[in-house]
Design a protein around this ligand. Structure first.
Ligand SMILES: [Fe+2]
Length: 262
């Protein structure tokens, strides 16, 4: 295809053959189906009414050239210690609770692994309490559990955390409102301006269907992609239960995230 023909090609026609990276096809880059991401204003999730944006976003890149990968702050691989992925080791002993391993792969829309990406997690402790001054509900604090961890994905896109299963906690959204057990996840691209935030849930939790935050994802199939699977092969004898959960950052099987960009 010559330049004149390419310039005349409507943008909705998809990329000309040969422009996609090797091994990719146009479907891998398609927007996720409607209903994958929660709307920023979800009335059943009451606090979104006060904090969803009411104006159009401002561009962080004034030139409009989408050069954030080149101009934004980045992190180095050496900044992340492998020990940061074990949340059960406290200053005076082990964290209290059911020890678990949470592992999965970070994948693009074609199922290819995304290596060397920073994955961060934060969660309540086994009592359902965050180690945060604004969390005042009377669940016990654990001096050996901060609830924060991070890891870099390996060459095959794998991340792996050792932690304790978080407890449910009340959150005042409505009468007798309790959050199901969950772990917050953040995934960075190669710069700090590329960030996705979501939550992982546990299977067979009776609170899943009562949670307005999980319920704010309109598509039921997309909601199931936020629930980890129990994996007996990940379970470690005499030591920890195992859960597996993959994160897909684009395409039809995309993991729902808290900021709808599509
Ligand atoms: Fe939470």
């Amino acid at each position: 295809m010559d330049d004149a023909t390419r310039a005349a090609t409507p943008p909705t026609a998809g990329p000309p053959t040969g422009l996609a990276p090797t091994g990719s096809n146009w479907d891998d880059f398609a927007a996720p189906p409607p209903g994958t991401h929660p709307p920023l204003d979800s009335p059943a999730y009451r606090s979104t009414a006060k904090r969803h944006p009411r104006r159009a976003p401002l561009r962080l890149d004034p030139a409009g050239a989408d050069t954030t990968e080149l101009t934004a702050p980045v992190f180095g691989d050496g900044d992340v210690d492998p020990a940061d992925a074990d949340l059960t080791v406290g200053p005076t002993g082990e964290a209290i609770g059911q020890r678990i391993v949470v592992t999965g792969r970070l994948l693009d829309g074609a199922g290819r692994p995304i290596p060397s990406s920073l994955v961060e997690i934060w969660q309540a402790n086994a009592s359902g309490r965050y180690a945060h001054p604004q969390d005042r509900w009377p669940g016990a604090l654990d001096p050996n559990f901060t609830g924060a961890g991070r890891a870099l994905t390996g060459p095959d896109g794998t991340f792996r955390f050792t932690t304790v299963r978080p407890g449910a906690y009340p959150w005042g959204n409505h009468s007798n409102a309790w959050r199901p057990a969950h772990i917050h996840f953040s995934v960075f691209g190669r710069s700090f301006l590329q960030r996705l935030v979501t939550q992982m849930y546990f299977p067979d939790d009776p609170l899943l269907d009562r949670d307005p935050i999980l319920g704010s994802v309109p598509d039921p199939a997309a909601r199931t992609r936020l629930v980890a699977a129990y994996d007996h092969d990940v379970t470690t004898p005499e030591w920890a239960l195992g859960f597996r959960w993959d994160i897909v950052v684009r395409g039809p099987a995309r993991t729902p995230t808290e900021h709808d960009d599509g």
